[in-house]
Design a protein around this ligand. Structure first.
Ligand code: CA
Length: 116
């Protein structure tokens, strides 16, 4: 069983007024073999991510977590207009066949959301 896996995570920001954010967003992927630890998504794509209506794919290497059981998204709530509308998130990884795909449609303003 490989210790590392390649992850590909499409994240869709909602289209409502104020759906965009400049806050830092962190992702932790939990699975049958463990978790990835927190990944700072902003660091993977540079500035101006999470604009209104954006559909962005974040790719990174992390621990092979096996079958994905939950995804945790955390916002640090920084900057004006920090509220963010998470519309949908998917996780694909190179060591598991199934794709974790969820419609979420949740507003975040700091704090975290657990997606199962
Ligand atoms: Ca906002």
């Amino acid at each position: 069983m490989p210790a590392r896996a390649e992850f590909s995570v499409p994240v869709r920001t909602g289209t409502s007024d104020g759906a965009d954010t400049d806050s830092n967003l962190y992702l932790t992927i939990h699975g049958s073999l463990g978790n990835t630890g927190e990944i700072r998504l902003n660091a993977l794509r540079g500035n101006d991510v999470f604009e209104r209506g954006a559909n962005e794919v974040f790719t990174f290497q992390a621990a092979n977590v096996g079958e994905i059981t939950a995804v945790v998204v955390r916002s640090d709530g920084q900057f004006m207009g920090s509220s963010w509308q998470l519309d949908a998130i998917s996780v694909r990884h190179s060591q598991a066949g199934a794709v974790f795909e969820r419609g979420v449609n949740r507003w975040m303003d700091g704090g975290q959301v657990v997606i199962r």
